[in-house]
Design a protein around this ligand. Structure first.
Ligand code: CO
Length: 288
């Protein structure tokens, strides 16, 4: 059991609130940069920090897109948008997502597929469960509605300051298997698509992180940014100072950058995600 369980619960509630706020903000004509900034402002106003930049991946983008500071794009009717957010309080991390179809219901069953898949996995989640039992529940639920799970993306255990800890919860069977123990925190994160069920790397998604501390004598601006973000993911929107933003742009090659994950057949993708605490006889949803 995490010693600071109360902090994990608070981070979870703030993450869930941020997700629902985002879902409510997304409408036709709304600028996606404004939505990202408003969600992140909410997280900070609650005494937490974003676990990572708000992801607003759209349509065949499966994950890892956050608006850059100049992003002018607005949501359009029919867009399928994944609101993937998290809050952390001193390293106690939450991770949660929901999918919004903007102003239409053409993809309602694609959206339902991942929402139902999380619920199906939740029913099976308890201390000692093998992750393949959860994978089977997820896979079956998504197939039932006529879609494919995205095989390359997985749920994951979470530890303090570590968003992707050791164990994975695949969205299909036949991948890895592990046993989840009481006291572990796990994000269940199914993705469903009307495409092939695989992803490839697309263009830079505006999310990056330091692999290591830059040398302060050679890269003073980058070293200043490292003090702020350490090794956690961040984005240029979080850097207000023009000279630091410029240094970040110049020094981008020195950082790990995250490409957008695109569905290989340009299938459209939905995602749902909740963070759970594993208990002896069941689980507690930390991100209601
Ligand atoms: Co996650």
């Amino acid at each position: 059991m995490p010693k600071d369980l109360d902090r994990w619960r608070r981070a979870g509630r703030i993450g869930g609130g941020a997700r629902d706020l985002g879902v409510g903000l997304i409408r036709p004509g709304v600028q996606r940069r404004d939505v990202a900034e408003e969600i992140e402002r909410y997280i900070r106003s609650q005494g937490a920090q974003p676990s990572f930049p708000v992801n607003l991946s759209t349509n065949d983008e499966a994950a890892h897109y956050t608006p850059d500071p100049e992003d002018e794009r607005r949501f359009a009717t029919g867009d399928v948008v994944k609101v993937d957010v998290g809050a952390h309080i001193d390293g106690a991390i939450s991770d949660t997502a929901a999918t919004v179809e903007v102003g239409s219901t053409r993809y309602a069953s694609l959206v339902a597929a991942t929402r139902n898949a999380v619920a199906a996995a939740e029913k099976e989640l308890h201390g000692g469960v093998e992750t393949q039992v959860l994978s089977r529940a997820i896979e079956r639920t998504i197939h039932e509605l006529g879609f494919k799970p995205v095989a390359d993306l997985t749920g994951h255990t979470i530890e303090s300051y570590l968003l992707h800890a050791g164990k994975s919860v695949p969205n299909v069977t036949g991948m890895s298997n592990a046993r989840l123990e009481p006291g572990e925190v796990v994000a269940i994160e199914p993705f469903a698509t009307n495409g092939a069920g695989h992803i490839r790397n697309g263009v830079f998604g505006n999310i990056m992180r330091f692999r290591e501390a830059p040398a302060p004598d050679r890269f003073p601006e980058l070293a200043e940014l490292f003090q702020r973000f350490r090794t956690l993911p961040f984005c240029a929107r979080w850097v207000a100072e023009p000279e630091l933003r410029e240094a970040l742009h110049r020094g981008r090659k020195r950082l790990q950058s995250y490409p957008v994950f695109m569905e290989v057949e340009h299938g459209w993708v939905s995602q749902a995600e909740r963070t759970f605490l594993v208990l002896e006889g069941g689980c507690e949803m930390l991100t209601p």
